[in-house]
Design a protein around this ligand. Structure first.
Ligand code: GLN
Length: 238
């Protein structure tokens, strides 16, 4: 009888601590990719961040965001500095060797930014041109595969766009939505008509975190079903 009492107390304590100390999910991102993640008055916000918050709420977890360089995100995940990465990150066969991805949550594609009036109809036309890309982004891989393209790597989209504005490169290849955002303040830049393949953005987790992966996918289904996801789409991509 006494044993049972102790046992019951343990269970009760366990339940209480679960409520009091909701588990914290450490989230890695690179807040230089508007509208998915960016700084607003010193605070990290954006579509991905709000989506991650909604997913964590479904999973009854708190989140803590860690802002770092894009090419440091997957290493940080593997070194357990963060538990998930959400960063407008495209799932690629290469990355899939190292980490697992949730079901995709956004379709994107690479676009070419040029000076207005200098349209480019095909990616192959970048051959012989100086093309700005961001180090380690999928655009880097796309341009690196084009024979004769002179790839110039930048740390952030805004620096590449600035180089184009100043005539230091002939074009910039970047993800479609951020490209639109980053050229909005430049009157003489536009997005070329060339078409690229579609890419899927997904959340990355460590290979052995199978339960977390499953919970994220379930939470994703819920936020899609309850309207939260659509509300975020409307807010960020009207
Ligand atoms: N979608 C691109 C990639 O995965 C760029 C992502 C980013 O800069 N945040 O490489």
């Amino acid at each position: 009888m006494k044993m049972m009492k102790y046992f019951g107390m343990f269970i009760l304590m366990g339940m209480m601590s679960a409520v009091m100390f909701a588990k914290t999910l450490y989230v890695g991102t690179n807040a230089e990719f508007a509208p998915f993640e960016y700084l607003e008055k010193g605070k990290i916000t954006g579509f991905d961040i709000e989506l991650m918050n909604a997913l964590a709420k479904e999973m009854k977890m708190d989140i803590k965001i860690e802002n770092m360089a894009f090419d440091g995100l997957l290493p940080a995940l593997q070194m357990k500095k963060v538990d998930v990465v959400i960063a407008g990150m495209t799932e690629t066969p290469e990355r899939k060797k190292a980490v697992n991805f949730t079901k995709p949550y956004f379709k994107a594609k690479q676009v070419i930014i040029t000076k207005k009036g200098k349209d480019i109809k095909d990616f192959q036309e970048l051959s012989g041109k100086k093309v700005g890309v961001m180090l380690g982004f999928t655009g880097d891989a796309v341009v690196s595969d084009i024979k004769g393209a002179k790839v110039q790597r930048f740390d952030a989209t805004y620096s590449a766009v600035m180089a184009l504005e100043n005539g230091k490169v002939d074009a910039v290849v970047a993800d479609s939505e951020p490209a639109k955002k980053y050229i909005a303040s430049y009157k003489d830049l536009s997005i070329a008509s060339a078409k690229a393949e579609e890419e899927d953005y997904a959340i990355a987790v460590r290979k052995n975190d199978k339960v977390l992966l499953e919970n994220l996918n379930k939470a994703m289904e819920k936020v899609k079903a309850n309207g939260t996801y659509d509300a975020l789409l409307k807010k960020y991509f009207k």
